[in-house]
Design a protein. Structure first.
Lengths: 88, 157
């Protein structure tokens, strides 16, 4: 009864997922560039605090990107495998 | 036959709602991660913490909805033994099945509301979903208890 509507919603959700993944790549790239700029300028002017902040920020971005592209698909597949049949 | 048709429709609705819940959970996780990454990129630690906590909340609600709610519904239905006697038995059994089906849908709708709130950055309302589960169990127990009483009152047993 709801198959056609759910099929449309599924297609839309796939596109939204791709869009969000693309946005994550863009944000990671821009944030990485920002931190590289900050670290480079800190190194150029002798600001060790700026460099350490930039390195830590870059590491955080890489960690979150790994979560997004390795952990989240696994979690989503696990949730998909948990979809239960009607209990009545 | 009408009850079977109605149950079929409710089962279709269950499948659609559960699939929508899984989709909402996946997209919500992705959205909250994007928020956390954006906060990291501009150096906002509070945003990162909120994003990661939101992801954990979405996952907890999704686990409750996809793994807990069906088990609660099955357990409540299995606990209802011989709902009535005499001519009321069929009616009581059908009423119990319908109450269970509608209650299961209500629980999964409450889970969907919680998922939508958590995915959009609002407070995750796992409590409402659990309240809906409790109401369903109480409703099924009341149905099982009231129908035999009515049957005896009307002299059906």
């Amino acid at each position: 009864m709801f198959e056609q509507a759910m099929q449309k919603i599924l297609e839309l959700a796939k596109e939204v997922w791709t869009f969000l993944a693309g946005l994550i790549v863009v944000v990671a790239a821009l944030g990485g560039l920002y931190y590289i700029l900050q670290g480079a300028s800190g190194a150029a002017f002798g600001g060790s605090r700026m460099v350490s902040t930039a390195v830590l920020g870059l590491a955080g971005l890489v960690l979150l990107a790994l979560i997004g592209f390795v952990v989240l698909p696994s979690l989503a597949e696990m949730l998909q495998g948990l979809i239960p049949s009607p209990p009545f | 036959m009408p009850i079977e048709a109605l149950l079929g429709t409710l089962q279709d609705a269950w499948r659609a709602l559960v699939l929508a819940g899984a989709l909402l959970a996946g997209l919500g996780l992705m959205y909250r991660l994007l928020g956390a990454m954006a906060a990291t990129a501009v150096g906002g630690s509070a945003g990162v913490a909120a994003g990661l906590a939101g992801m954990a909340g979405i996952f907890a609600i999704a686990l409750f909805g996809l793994a807990g709610v069906p088990e609660i519904a099955r357990a409540a239905r299995a606990a209802m033994a011989s709902p009535a006697c005499g001519p009321f038995a069929d009616m009581a059994a059908a009423a119990a099945v319908l109450v269970g089906a509608i209650g299961s849908l209500r629980m999964i709708v409450a889970v969907l509301e919680g998922l939508a709130a958590a995915a959009a950055g609002g407070p995750a309302s796992l409590g409402r979903a659990m309240l809906a589960a409790g109401e369903t169990v109480v409703g099924m127990a009341l149905t099982a208890a009231i129908m035999p009483l009515v049957a005896r009152f009307l002299g059906g047993c």
